[in-house]
Design a protein around this ligand. Structure first.
Ligand SMILES: Cc1cc2nc3c(=O)[nH]c(=O)nc-3n(C[C@H](O)[C@H](O)[C@H](O)COP(=O)(O)O)c2cc1C
Length: 326
């Protein structure tokens, strides 16, 4: 494929999927991601942060790979509290979520709920950035209701020393429907002085090549679901190379087994564990020859013994139908 030398690939944050257990195993078995972004942490109504969020960003759970933790904050007090918490944990770079599209979040003026309010964004950045030492990047959609919103924000974003901006060029109302708006990305790229990262729907060499032609001066790409569906994707896009089939199957199996083992240590009760592994397989099944049947076997498993049998069958099919592996 026609590819620029050495693109940078960031692993996008996905709540419930890319937690520290997943990220650590991905980095160990596949690598290729230049930064991993943690799903957001947020301050609760009583001012505290959930234990699960603290565990997810704790440095002892995130060794051996570059992590950028993310905050969800709609005022400067929360922004500063969360940024300092991360700074105290040793992080030199944090990311501010201005993209979460879900009404439960946006109705509280958080995530993409802030995009129609440039004054609030300016107030938060003015009050917070001078008081913290870590670098701040922003991950955003192009708007809550309309992509006019991002163009109202560009001068403001240019006024602050952000280390980069990651744009998923959809508006919140779309959630994940329709295509990312490439024209919006191109216009933002032309006007924004910050380093701009493209995010949205990158799942194949073909689409990646197309984007590289379209945005030939873009060097950095963030990918979420594409990596969950094909953990080899970052290295594949960078090198064009793939391990041979036997090695590929072994890596996938070891990756699965380590994740299963670590979730079984963390979670109490087999139903919780099976739910977590179901979520994992909802993406992981796409590495297998028949994703739908692969996932169905897992979903049907009502206990751990049946789950183990379903996993073995899936991997056996993968090993003996190698031509179908992505
Ligand atoms: C289930 C789910 C959870 C997500 N959680 C977060 C999150 O915590 N923080 C964030 O910035 N984006 C979150 N995202 C958005 C992704 O990071 C990414 O921007 C989006 O999936 C588009 O990229 P992709 O097409 O490569 O997956 C989430 C997306 C999904 C589908």
């Amino acid at each position: 494929m026609d590819k620029k030398s050495s693109p940078k690939i960031y692993f996008a944050p996905l709540q419930e999927s890319t937690d520290h257990i997943y990220r650590s195993s991905h980095a160990k078995f596949f690598g290729g991601a230049d930064k991993y972004f943690a799903p957001y942490i947020v301050r609760q109504n009583d001012g505290t942060v959930k234990n699960s969020h603290l565990r997810d960003i704790s440095p002892i759970n995130n060794r051996d790979y570059p992590l950028v933790p993310q905050i969800l904050a709609g005022n400067s007090a929360d922004f500063l509290f969360l940024a300092r918490l991360l700074q105290d944990n040793g992080y030199r770079e944090i990311n501010w979520n201005l993209g979460c599209p879900y009404p439960m979040v946006t109705n509280k003026g958080l995530g993409s709920g802030l995009l129609p309010f440039p004054d609030r964004i300016r107030t938060i950045l003015e009050a917070s950035l001078p008081k913290i030492e870590c670098q701040v990047s922003v991950k955003m959609r192009s708007g809550l209701h309309s992509d006019d919103e991002i163009f109202q924000l560009i001068d403001l974003l240019n006024d602050f020393p952000l280390c980069e901006v990651i744009l998923h060029p959809r508006i919140a109302g779309q959630l994940y429907k329709g295509a990312p708006d490439e024209a919006v990305f191109a216009r933002v790229k032309a006007q924004l002085k910050h380093h701009l990262v493209y995010n949205g729907d990158i799942e194949s060499d073909e689409y990646f090549s197309r984007l590289n032609v379209l945005f030939s001066d873009t060097t950095t790409w963030m990918i979420g679901r594409g990596i969950l569906k094909n953990p080899f994707l970052p290295l594949q896009l960078k090198t064009g190379a793939q391990p041979e089939t036997g090695e590929k199957v072994d890596l996938l199996r070891n990756f699965h087994d380590e994740i299963f083992l670590n979730y079984s240590k963390l979670l109490s009760g087999s139903s919780h564990l099976l739910m977590k592994m179901n979520k994992f397989w909802s993406y992981f099944c796409f590495v297998f020859p028949d994703p739908h049947k692969t996932f169905k076997r897992i979903k049907k498993a009502a206990n751990i013994a049946k789950y183990d049998a379903a996993v073995s069958e899936n991997f056996q099919r993968l090993r003996y139908q190698p031509d179908d592996i992505k």
